[in-house]
Design a binder for this molecule. Structure first.
Ligand SMILES: Cc1ncc(COP(=O)(O)O)c(C=O)c1O
Ligand SMILES: N[C@@H](CCCC[NH3+])C(=O)O
Length: 420
């Protein structure tokens, strides 16, 4: 069920007309639907219902807004974090430390300390070097850090090369053929409680087979570790499920994913951990924007210049990603146009030669499927400030992130006296 629907000729988020949000908050603005977030969290949980021992940690990099995290927390999700900043957000949203997993290849000592202070449930160690450092940090404090070893299974996730994480040449995890030795060495360190293994092969995955291949390798590693006398009580299967950005593209459903996990991993006798991001939030958000003007290109195809830009939604410029684009008040007329932002880069292009709802200057439109890796990847390039975020709940809405104006950014800058 889509909570972004046309009601009486106008696109609504739940029961709020998007023109109302534009009038009160301005554009560009991200708009999230609480009902969609909750539905996706429940569908994901339901898909895992056959698994006896499990833990879901929302990958908060996908959308770290505190209100979004609070919805996740209320649904019983923990968090997968990759920085001290994300850890602080998860805690601020009310997630218990125990429910937090700390991933990432470049954890700093102070982030390790922050995680230990918070009593987080698990560090996912991404190298032997990191494990040795964490062991020292924990031991110096008289603590033992609960850890899983993230392995790189050398599996091609068949996704965009920039978001593939499980191939041998990617920086993530330790090579799976060296994992047993590394695990054993780390397990011998007094500062670590090696309790499991972790894998995450990439994002926006359209096929289950690479995941299945990775999980089979992980299962074999667990067996090998146990045969060698190691304890393995947890297996973190990461995230990665893709979502439909372009009508007609088919992605595995959470239910299909859950069935595959049950088939491959159901007999491992571990707590299975999951780190979904995009599948929970992607389709729960749109980026609401206004056409500034429409100008003719040299071959007469119009450029629709919108007030959102690559600094607000980076995915098209970064990955060539497709986001559906719809008028808030469609007239039924269509046009073929290029959709561009105001930034002084040719790459600030959302779509070329796209058939869209006909728009004129001043019309509102949305980029769909903008709830994941949207606002969180924003920058202030061209001194445009940071985009605002709104959450809708039925017929009410609230600003969940203020627009940060260019002046606020400038106010953090200083001209040193020696430049006077
Ligand atoms: C370690 C880890 N876990 C979970 C995720 C979430 O991925 P997704 O948003 O594709 O579910 C990512 C991002 O790809 C990640 O790097
Ligand atoms: N930022 C990427 C996803 C990265 C996943 C991080 N592990 C995207 O927008 O598709």
């Amino acid at each position: 069920m889509d909570h972004f629907q046309i009601i009486d000729g106008e696109l609504h988020a739940e029961r709020v007309p998007l023109s109302r949000i534009a009038a009160e908050i301005g554009t560009p603005v991200y708009v999230y639907s609480r009902a969609t977030l909750e539905r996706h969290a429940r569908v994901f949980n339901e898909a895992l219902s056959a698994l006896p021992k499990k833990h879901v940690a929302f990958a908060i990099k996908a959308n770290p807004n505190l209100a979004v995290l609070r919805v996740m927390q209320r649904e019983g999700f923990g968090a997968d974090v990759v920085s001290g900043g994300e850890l602080a957000r998860a805690l601020a949203a009310g997630m218990p430390g125990q429910d937090i997993v700390f991933s990432g290849v470049g954890k700093l000592e102070r982030e390790m300390v922050q995680g230990l202070d918070a009593g987080i449930g698990q560090f996912n160690i991404e190298s032997e070097e990191e494990g040795i450092e964490l062991a020292a940090v924990a031991a110096a404090r008289g603590q033992r850090a609960a850890c899983a070893l993230r392995v790189n299974p050398d599996v091609d996730a068949r996704t965009h090369e920039k978001i593939s994480t499980g191939k041998a040449e990617n920086k993530f995890g330790v090579p799976i053929d060296r994992a047993a030795g590394i695990y054993a060495r780390l397990a011998g360190l007094p500062g670590l409680d090696m309790r499991g293994v972790a894998v995450h092969i990439g994002s926006q995955l359209q096929h289950l087979q690479p995941l299945e291949d990775a999980f089979i390798k992980l299962g074999a590693l667990i067996a090998e570790l146990r045969a060698g006398g190691q304890t393995v009580t947890h297996a973190d299967l990461g995230g990665g499920l893709g979502v439909t950005y372009k009508a007609g593209e088919v992605y595995p459903t959470p239910a299909e994913y859950g069935a595959m996990v049950a088939r491959i991993c159901g007999s491992w006798d571990v707590t299975l951990m999951f780190e979904p991001g995009r599948v929970i939030v992607g389709n729960a958000g749109v980026l609401l924007t206004r056409a500034i003007r429409v100008k003719r290109s040299s071959n007469n195809t119009p450029f629709v210049i919108v007030d959102a830009a690559m600094n607000d939604l980076a995915r098209p410029a970064m990955y060539g990603a497709w986001h559906d684009f719809e008028a808030v008040k469609p007239t039924g007329q269509r046009m073929t146009a290029h959709i561009v932002g105001p930034i002084c880069e040719t790459g600030d292009t959302f779509a070329m030669d796209r058939e869209i709802d006909a728009l004129v200057a001043g019309d509102l439109a949305v980029f769909r499927t903008a709830g994941a890796y949207g606002a969180t990847m924003a920058s202030s390039y061209n001194s445009r400030g940071f985009v605002a975020e709104v959450m809708v709940d039925g017929d009410q809405f609230a600003v969940v992130a203020d627009r940060i104006l260019p002046e606020a950014i400038t106010s953090a800058e200083r001209v040193p006296a020696w430049l006077d």
